[in-house]
Design a protein around this ligand. Structure first.
Ligand code: BES
Ligand code: ZN
Ligand code: ZN
Length: 497
């Protein structure tokens, strides 16, 4: 793993293969570059700017200066953070990710980057974002490849001569913890579904609790799930040969502040659609349908290190959605643990069924608020694309806290309404409710309204992460293709605030 260290020195004095400097576009007179480099290096940069016409106006725009052989340094890499008024910590991670990718490609053994001083982001968060960009970009899933990606890059030094050692240390520490949690979630999402099924998630939850001083776990098997009356969750599992598990993790803080939070993650370890079978192309990445659960496990895997003050519960209703002679049928009516009868109108709308029973369980814990994360609807991708999760909530304060956490963590969310009028979309002729809405109309919202039925009056937010949970095209430097681990940084930021 890449080692992140720090020295209290100007960049030009560090012995390294690769130097990176970031600047805001208003300062593209390269003030910051000027202050960071010595005369010799600066001359090389100035020449290169003349040659290339580099302006650095757009975030991510960059300039590579090669053959700086007169010095220890072989390369200088300048990256723009964009306009100050548009600044978001995302651009720092993007710049750090680009830095890592470029230094790796050039076979550098080490690199040094200067932590910029920014008006709109405190130094701890600046250094944290830099660290995250480096460590998240360095991730690869090559467990099943003969040729593992071997990188010569072993160390990244964050140079700071403006900030106190304590601030720098804290920023790096947080960046490492958040990245480790996110990479844990990525590993789970990327694992093939024949190796990762409900029992695997239960075992991982057990391991997390065994390693921890503050986390306990309850794992409910089929019989116990039946006893709890979770007919909606069990209906989804019905077609599968694998046993379902209802996983309940509890973090009890060493210094409690009396707040209680429940996090729920959709944990369908493979979504074939069931009898409403998905076409092959749509099924291709459906091992990722447990990305919500993976994010919750990722969060729990680092709680011992973060030691937040709130009591935190993590719930994963884990099963597969498979077709078979035993599978639920379209037209079946099932009974959820709160007594609601649900008409199954499409067996591919399975996530909301598992979440219905998890929400009822969550409510009984009497938390201050509940957040669920779910790869719930393809319609969320139609509405918001691959980068942004849909947020639905019945609690304005929680919504605001999530928006703040989103800004800081760089994980994008956008609100959708839960209009009472649309409840008619999910009324059933023969049961209390049905599991799909109107065809081609507000699919993400009708899923949200379905969940809200089970939430009752609890404070709650629902994040439909169908888009950002999986990266198809590498468009963002620190998000390699595959499971993204979306939601981990967002939740950790919220918990830690
Ligand atoms: N897991 C899918 C949603 C999904 C789609 C996640 C694409 C990630 C990428 C979910 O279980 C599903 O199949 N939803 C259906 C609901 C429909 C039948 C009402 C959908 O979105 O098509
Ligand atoms: Zn489905
Ligand atoms: Zn699904």
């Amino acid at each position: 793993m890449l080692k992140i260290t720090t020295v209290n020195k100007p960049l030009a004095k560090i012995k390294t293969d690769f130097i990176a400097v970031y600047h805001l576009s208003e300062k593209n007179n390269l003030n910051s570059v000027q202050n960071s480099l010595d005369q010799q290096l600066l001359k090389l940069v100035k020449n290169k700017i003349k040659q290339t016409g580099y302006k650095g106006e757009k975030a991510g725009e960059n300039l590579l200066v090669e053959n700086c052989s007169s010095n220890q340094t072989k390369y200088i890499f300048i990256v723009s953070l964009g306009k100050e008024k548009d600044f978001n910590s995302h651009y720092l991670r993007e710049a750090a990710g680009l830095t890592l990718q470029t230094a790796k490609k050039l076979h550098c053994q080490n690199l040094a980057v200067e932590a910029p001083s920014l008006d709109s982001l405190p130094p701890i968060q600046t250094i944290q974002a830099l660290t995250e960009g480096l460590l998240l970009a360095d991730y690869s899933f090559d467990k099943y490849k003969k040729n593992k990606s071997k990188s010569k890059l072993k160390e990244a030094v964050i140079a700071t001569n403006k900030h106190s050692a304590q601030i720098v240390k804290t920023g790096i520490k947080l960046g490492k913890i958040y990245s480790q949690a996110q990479n844990t979630a990525r590993n789970l999402v990327n694992e093939p579904p024949q190796f990762l099924y409900p029992k695997t998630l239960a075992d991982i939850a057990k391991q997390i609790s065994q390693k921890s001083s503050y986390i306990s776990v309850k794992i409910f098997n089929r019989k116990q799930i039946e006893k709890m009356g979770m007919g909606a969750f069990l209906a989804v599992d019905q077609g599968s040969d694998k046993d379902p598990f209802f996983i309940h993790l509890t973090y009890t803080p060493p210094q409690p502040d009396k707040n209680k939070i429940v996090l729920i993650g959709k944990s369908i370890t493979f979504d074939s659609g069931g009898l409403s079978l998905k076409p092959s192309d749509a099924m291709l990445n459906m091992k990722m349908d447990m990305a919500g659960g993976a994010a919750v496990l990722g969060v729990f895997s680092v709680l011992d290190k973060l030691k937040p003050k709130a009591e935190i519960h993590g719930l994963l209703p884990a099963c597969e959605n498979m077709p078979s002679g035993k599978a639920i049928k379209v037209g079946d009516v099932i009974r959820a643990s709160d007594g609601t009868h649900i008409e199954i109108a499409n067996t591919d709308a399975e996530g909301r069924l598992t979440l219905a029973d998890a929400l009822t369980y969550a409510r009984k814990l009497k938390p201050d608020f509940i957040i669920d994360l779910a790869t719930l609807t393809g319609a969320a991708i139609v509405a918001l694309g691959d980068d942004i999760a849909a947020l639905m909530s019945n609690d304005k304060t929680l919504e605001d806290r999530l928006k703040q956490a989103s800004d800081l963590s760089g994980e994008k969310i956008w609100p959708l309404p839960l209009p009472t009028e649309y409840k008619s979309h999910i009324t059933s002729k023969i049961a209390d409710i049905k599991n799909v809405g109107k065809r081609g109309s507000a699919g993400t919202i009708s899923a949200g309204l379905f969940l809200q039925h089970f939430v009752k009056n609890s404070n709650w937010a629902h994040l439909d992460i169908a888009g950002p949970a999986w990266i198809e095209q590498p468009e963002i430097s620190y998000l390699p293709p595959g499971g993204s681990g979306f939601g981990v940084r967002l939740l950790l930021t919220l918990i830690n605030s």
